[in-house]
Design a protein around this ligand. Structure first.
Ligand SMILES: [Zn+2]
Length: 872
């Protein structure tokens, strides 16, 4: 009995059930794949989304790409393992909850206290976490949920404590006083790459500390000069050479300063006055200069962004107030030599846009330069460079290798402590002058360090903390899953976190396991709106993937996020694109429905000895498609693969092959169609998993398509037949076009006379296709090249060396009427312009340019008229 299938594919009716079936099948878990012992691994961690908010379209794009990689490898016999999880995102989450608290309850975290506040955070994140998991499943992600992790769950807390302890014991983690980036609003340290820059106009002041000070300096921040302890000049600078080594005591706006003049070749003699006031407490560069020259550090600005005590009338003022007061005072004393507007980059907090204050502070650091026994005497930085140089890790696209190398070469010690409450609390305990690191001491009286760890510390351990490190690392040997799956094969993530996350994962893995965390890094771009703008909730152009899925289905969304997406480049998203892909999904459904419901035999073992030209053509095309799309996907060029698949499905299969089959008699027609369908469903599956699964089941397959094998080469060689059929297609298209261009009435039957040369027998054989595939050809006659055909009332077309004459295509009477109408219209237009140009008023008043334009127009219309008359 022939099958019935719904006329329309409605994704909402199928998707949830299918996902549930996949989950129940157990095949998301690599252990259930029944693979041979020596099957290669394909392991990937999901970059854990922040639990600050539900997923946006950028996440949807990431999930689509990663699931495509995973499904493709699973079908190719890899032991495929994709590890899910979420990120607690310390500072980001704390900010969201703080804002919420202020808005809803008009309270700050200090009003609640640490414990109560953290309860609020956990409440919030349980909610968002559920939303995120639901969204992730809706996208069709084939993640192994049995090993779901969270960067702040118990196992990861244990891992973080162990890592911190190990690093501390080897002197990699240390506490030190450093000038760090401080956000006075978040009340926390920021890592170098959590600082953003905003171009702004600023005033650059050039002045002397006092009347008798011999050298002037330039700065945009005069208030920090209260903390100057030196002045740096270039030792080659003839103007200032003689002062080097001297210490000059002076008074700056009522405050005593002892300024040592130091020589430093990095000072640019041509910038400003060629002299630099050195403020060790409030500039990272100056603090390094101070270290080299043993200069004292005087802290001027406190953690609240106010001037500290002991600075007279300036104490307690904000930075901006103090700046205004100092400028006023300098003016009064007539010390300002120059005041100019310049453009400079203001450092701001990446979370709240507040200007950063560089401040000296006691913090925990990871040393990247300490030589380590476990790395054969190399430092983490050296080793992190080496593994990429040796191509143990490869970046896709390759241009990001340079970004990684540049950034890593300039890496400074990593400040890992944050003065916030939410996150991994630093596993250090104090009692009087004692310090314990790692686990909480059993005895009473120990107080834990109140700070928490930089969020990237725990997410940096993601590849191995999710695989059971440290339990699965015994006597420096990996066991269990850690042994089986680490290093992972692929990390797929956004290029914007190559420094924040990717490089830190390398460092953490090198320290913990002395091996790389992943072999390849695929970097995707940002999804922009259709106008090329960044999407965000506040701009109102943000999109919830669930809304799109509800309207168009997951497959249409996935396809829109995959095709057109290329490594390392931003891509544009538009609803029009999703709608058009939804139409494609429907097309695929209709093609399948046509094939499946037309036969009661769903087998695909067609007779290879009994093939038409069109069969050979489509089989050859399919074979090339299988080979090329496999190569494209292996090289992560999924846009190319998707375009080819779409072209084959829509053009080759639907528009040509299925149409041709309606006129070709072959007992095996349906078997070939089933064969093609089974192949393209598997080729399509990694892109559009849901509909391919539905149709696969309609074909009577018992197992899920998810573990069906990727199509094998078909082992056909019909290249010349493919070319022959392409020629037939070209002839058909040329006739259709000629009818369209010459406005031949759609229903009208016309006769074709063909001079085909050596292609005559081919065309004769395929005559029925040329006549039947929407060409309106009633009859075909073949004549030889030296016969002169009747040249009246014909349309002549050439396809390569083949000449085709279409007879009776043009209706002489109608054509004449049409031309006369055209002549009449042109005459009217010409006389209007002629009158205009004869009008004195117009000629004298109109600009010369306009007159010239009108004259040109007139000339063109006259030429056109001439042409039509000549044709007659
Ligand atoms: Zn901030």
């Amino acid at each position: 009995m022939k099958k019935e299938m719904n006329k329309i594919y409605n994704p909402g009716e199928w998707e949830d059930d299918i996902y549930e079936k996949w989950e129940k099948s157990g095949y998301f878990n690599p252990d259930n794949l029944n693979l041979p012992e020596n099957a290669p691994n394909y392991t990937m961690v999901l970059p854990p989304p922040n639990i600050t908010a539900k997923l946006h379209i950028g996440h949807a794009s990431m999930l689509a790409i990663e699931d495509l990689f995973i499904r493709f490898h699973r079908m190719n016999g890899y032991r495929t393992f994709w590890i899910p999880g979420t990120d607690h995102a310390a500072i980001a989450t704390q900010n969201v909850v703080e804002k919420k608290l202020l808005k809803e309850e008009k309270k700050t975290r200090h009003d609640l206290g640490r414990e109560k506040f953290l309860e609020k955070v956990w409440e919030f994140l349980n909610e968002t976490q559920n939303t995120i998991l639901n969204q992730t499943k809706k996208m069709g992600s084939s993640l192994d949920w049995s090993c779901q992790a969270f960067t702040l769950d118990e196992k990861r807390q244990e891992a973080v404590k162990k890592m911190f302890g190990d690093m501390y014991n080897e002197g990699v983690i240390y506490q030190g006083e450093r000038v760090i980036n401080w956000c006075p609003r978040c009340q926390s340290t920021l890592a170098d790459d959590e600082v953003e820059y905003k171009e702004q106009q600023a005033k650059l002041y050039t002045f002397r500390y006092s009347k008798d000070f011999p050298i002037a300096i330039s700065t945009t921040r005069p208030e920090t000069k209260l903390g100057d302890t030196a002045m740096a000049v270039n030792p080659k600078d003839e103007r200032y050479k003689k002062y080097i080594g001297q210490t000059i005591n002076t008074e700056f706006c009522g405050q005593k300063l002892n300024i040592k003049i130091i020589g430093d070749i990095s000072v640019d003699m041509n910038f400003g006055t060629g002299a630099l006031g050195v403020t060790p407490a409030h500039s990272i560069i100056d603090s390094q200069m101070a270290q080299k020259n043993n200069l004292p550090t005087i802290k001027v600005i406190n953690e609240q962004g106010l001037i500290k005590e002991n600075f007279g009338k300036f104490s307690g003022q904000t930075v901006l107030q103090a700046r205004a007061m100092i400028v006023k005072e300098l003016k009064k004393q007539n010390l300002i030599e120059k005041e100019e507007e310049i453009n400079n980059n203001l450092s701001i907090c990446y979370r709240c846009d507040t200007p950063i204050e560089p401040l000296p502070s006691k913090q925990w650091f990871v040393s990247v330069d300490k030589k380590l026994d476990r790395l054969n005497g190399k430092s983490l930085k050296e080793k992190a460079l080496e593994v990429v140089q040796e191509k143990q890790i490869e970046f896709i696209p390759d241009r990001f290798t340079k970004r990684y190398m540049d950034w890593t070469s300039n890496l400074h010690d990593w400040c890992i402590s944050r003065q916030i409450w939410f996150g991994h609390q630093i596993p250090v305990w104090y009692k009087d002058n004692d310090i314990r690191v790692g686990d909480k001491p059993q005895e009473e009286g120990w107080i834990q360090d109140p700070d928490t760890l930089d969020t990237w510390f725990s997410s940096g351990m993601w590849t191995f903390s999710t695989l059971g490190w440290p339990e699965n690392f015994v006597n420096n040997k990996k066991i269990n899953e850690l042994e089986k799956y680490h290093p992972t094969q692929m990390l797929e993530t956004g290029y914007e976190i190559i420094t924040l996350w990717v490089s830190r994962m390398v460092i953490m893995s090198l320290f913990a396991l002395n091996e790389i965390p992943f072999e390849k890094v695929y970097l995707h771009g940002t999804v922009l709106d259709k106008n090329g703008k960044k999407m965000s909730k506040s701009k109102g152009n943000g999109i919830d993937p669930l809304d799109v899925i509800k309207e168009f289905g997951t497959d249409a969304l996935r396809l829109s996020l995959l095709i057109g997406n290329t490594p390392g480049n931003d891509m544009r998203y538009s609803e029009e694109k999703v709608a058009s892909n939804r139409n494609f999904i429907n097309k695929l459904w209709n093609i399948s429905r046509f094939i499946i419901t037309n036969t009661d035999d769903l087998s695909d073992n067609y007779d290879k000895s009994n093939l038409n030209l069109s069969d050979k053509w489509i089989l050859n095309r399919l074979n090339n498609l299988i080979i090329e799309s496999r190569k494209n996907l292996q090289e992560y060029q999924f846009t190319l693969a998707g375009d080819k698949l779409k072209d084959f499905t829509w053009n080759d299969l639907a528009d040509w092959y299925i149409e041709a089959k309606k006129f070709e008699k072959n007992d095996d027609n349906n078997k070939i169609l089933i064969f093609i369908l089974k192949n393209i469903l598997r080729l399509w599956h990694p892109f559009i998993p849901f509909i391919t699964e539905v149709i696969w089941q309609e074909l009577g397959e018992k197992e899920t398509i998810m573990i069906a094998s990727w199509p094998q080469d078909i082992n056909v060689s019909f290249n010349s037949e493919e070319q022959d059929f392409e020629l037939i297609k070209e002839i058909i298209v040329a006739i259709r076009n000629a009818r369209f261009v010459n406005k031949v009435e759609p229903g009208k039957k016309i006769k074709a006379i063909i001079i085909a040369g050596n292609k005559e027998s081919l065309i004769k054989e395929q005559k029925y296709l040329i006549q039947n595939l929407k060409t309106g050809i009633s009859e075909i006659e073949f004549i030889s090249a030296n016969t002169e055909p009747d040249k009246n009332n014909i349309i002549l077309i050439n396809v390569g060396s083949i000449e085709i004459h279409l007879l009776g295509a043009i209706d002489e009477e109608k054509e004449k009427m049409r031309r006369n109408k055209e002549i009449e219209n042109l005459n009217k237009i010409i006389s209007v312009i002629e009158n205009k140009l004869a009008n004195n008023d117009f000629i004298t008043r109109a600009p010369a340019e306009l007159i010239q334009k009108e004259q040109e127009k007139l000339k063109n219309y006259q030429i056109e008229l001439e042409k039509i008359k000549n044709n007659i």
